[in-house]
Design a protein around this ligand. Structure first.
Ligand code: CTP
Ligand code: MN
Ligand code: MN
Length: 511
């Protein structure tokens, strides 16, 4: 390199003499007391770091030589958020919730302005969404800072709130997963689901491929798709799936309550592409469930709101308490995880008093009560096959053995929102899908954990139990294969503790 070049390229190149002179300079007054900066040397180099430190100090910034607890802002160059987090982890340093991780562009802006400038998304290497939402959700305040440990391949070792910074990627990956499911390609489906799930847990948005380094569950195929979306804003493969006739038909057919992959496949092969053709075809036989699915189709495809879920909860409680006054009734599923909408409303029912003989009758009594009130549009009761000493299932997607019922209830509109439906020809109610599950009192923690979801979270809990702990977990029990004993639990916290896992709150299980 010739010397001329060095002058024009500025501080990036080595300028030993000047750097030395700057380093030797006298201390400067600190004008901005509330900020304590630390400039990361990694990928920046010693001399450039020294140059920037001196410059910042001259402008009145407090810049530390060493990383200490007093540091409030870490500034890095050519590093992604995950790079810096990884570096901190290697140094064995815990980032406090106040610690900001910033790109050099922020410091440049500050130096230009001669004072600290506001930190925006373009400066921040990590968007601290967990802390910005803490004020509105007091439960979150006791959370530790975002995990700085290596991101786990298991969803049950990650905190996944509904603040998904990577929707653009997760939606694409979930479409691909769904398409694989429709083609009964289970392996690829799981791979796409796991990738989408891990991205949902990230506290930062992926903006470059560097950000994906060190993140588990992202195979080459997934990385290609992420890269394409970063570059073009969309993935050609996802676009092709969305336009694919088979995908569109399966999506439409499975949106009918009672229609699964087998029926969809059949209808697709028969050449059907629309629901109206299927409904009006005289040669087709429908199950009772599918008939209800078509009858209440419009209501059932429109999502259940939280307000509707609350209203359903009132009806369910009234019906259950009429039959079983001391019952505990808990809303589970997506609404327990804090979702604002859902495809149904799930409830877990249990009681400390009920005998095994009485238990069998309860859901029959509850549904009769609803029927007599004129609120039962559809009812399918599945009898219990629960056995006390049955080992937990080995399958990650196994169905449970509790008595349960799949219902469609008639929810009369409240005065406030009647207006919205007035165009529907005087219809004053909405059909809502409701699941009720009844479990023995001593199994309530397992049932609650199993029915809270998300599905991905549940799968990974079981996978973790099996592969990392030699235990078997399902909606009924936890079995330790090494000790050959069932592990009892009175609460979800105890189950996590048995598994050696940090407790994950329901609203952090949106994996
Ligand atoms: N579940 C189960 N056994 C079933 C059905 C569901 O264990 N036969 C569990 C699943 O783990 C799932 C939870 O119950 O996570 C709730 O199921 P579901 O209502 O299908 O999903 P949600 O997460 O509630 O999502 P949505 O808002 O679409 O209802
Ligand atoms: Mn649900
Ligand atoms: Mn459900």
């Amino acid at each position: 390199m010739d010397a001329q070049c060095t002058v024009h390229l500025g501080p990036r190149k080595k300028r030993p003499r000047q750097t030395g002179a700057l380093m030797a300079s006298t201390p400067h007054d600190v004008r901005f007391q509330e900020l304590v900066l630390y400039i990361l040397e990694k990928k920046m180099g010693t001399s450039r770091r020294a140059f920037l430190m001196e410059l910042a100090r001259r402008k009145g910034f407090r810049v530390e030589n060493e990383l200490s607890d007093s540091v409030t802002h870490i500034v890095a160059e050519n590093n992604s958020g995950s790079d810096v987090l990884q570096w901190l982890q290697v140094q064995n340093i815990k980032a406090s919730s106040q610690l900001e991780l910033l790109d050099i562009s922020w410091l440049n802006d500050c130096l230009g302005a001669g004072k600290p400038v506001e930190m925006t998304g373009k400066h921040q290497l990590i968007v601290r969404r967990d802390f910005s939402t803490a004020a509105s959700n007091p439960g979150l305040q006791k959370l530790p800072p975002p995990a700085l440990q290596k991101i786990s391949q298991y969803a049950c070792q990650r905190r996944t709130t509904l603040n998904n910074c990577n929707c653009i990627f997760t939606e694409a990956l979930e479409t691909l997963a769904e398409n694989c499911e429709f083609q009964e390609n289970e392996g690829s489906c799981v791979a796409f689901m796991r990738a989408a799930s891990v991205l949902k847990s990230l506290p930062f948005a992926i903006v470059s491929m560097k950000d994906t380094e060190g993140i588990p569950c992202l195979g080459d195929k997934v990385k290609c798709i992420i890269e394409e979306i970063i570059e073009d804003g969309e993935s050609s493969e996802v676009k092709a799936v969305l336009n694919d006739e088979r995908y569109q038909s399966f999506k439409l057919f499975t949106s009918v309550f009672g229609v699964g992959l087998k029926t969809s496949e059949k209808w697709f092969r028969m050449g059907f592409r629309t629901l109206s053709k299927i409904k009006s075809d005289k040669s087709l036989k429908f199950t009772r469930m599918q008939k209800a699915g078509f009858l209440y189709y419009e209501d059932l495809v429109s999502c259940v709101t939280r307000a509707e879920a609350e209203a359903v909860s009132v009806l369910v409680k009234e019906a259950v308490w009429a039959c079983l006054p001391d019952a505990f009734i808990t809303i589970t599923g997506g609404f327990r995880r804090g979702k604002k909408i859902g495809h149904d409303v799930d409830f877990l029912i249990t009681s400390p008093e009920v005998t095994e003989d009485e238990e069998q009758q309860i859901l029959h009594k509850v549904t009769n009560f609803l029927e007599n009130k004129g609120l039962l549009l559809y009812c399918d009761i599945i009898e219990s096959t629960f056995e006390k000493f049955k080992l937990p299932s080995r399958k990650v997607d196994a169905l449970d053995h509790f008595q349960k019922c799949f219902l469609i209830l008639k929810l009369h509109h409240q005065r406030v929102d009647r207006g919205e439906y007035s165009q529907q020809e005087g219809k004053t109610w909405k059909a809502i899908r409701v699941d009720l599950v009844l479990c023995p009192y001593e199994r309530r923690a397992f049932a609650l954990l199993g029915w809270t979801g998300s599905r991905q979270f549940e799968r990974d809990l079981r996978r973790y139990a099996t592969h990392e702990r030699k235990m078997m977990l399902d909606n009924h029990a936890l079995y330790d294969k090494t000790k050959r004993i069932f592990l009892k639990a009175e609460s979800e916290e105890e189950i996590f503790a048995h598994l050696g896992l940090d407790y994950i709150e329901p609203w952090e299980r949106n994996a």
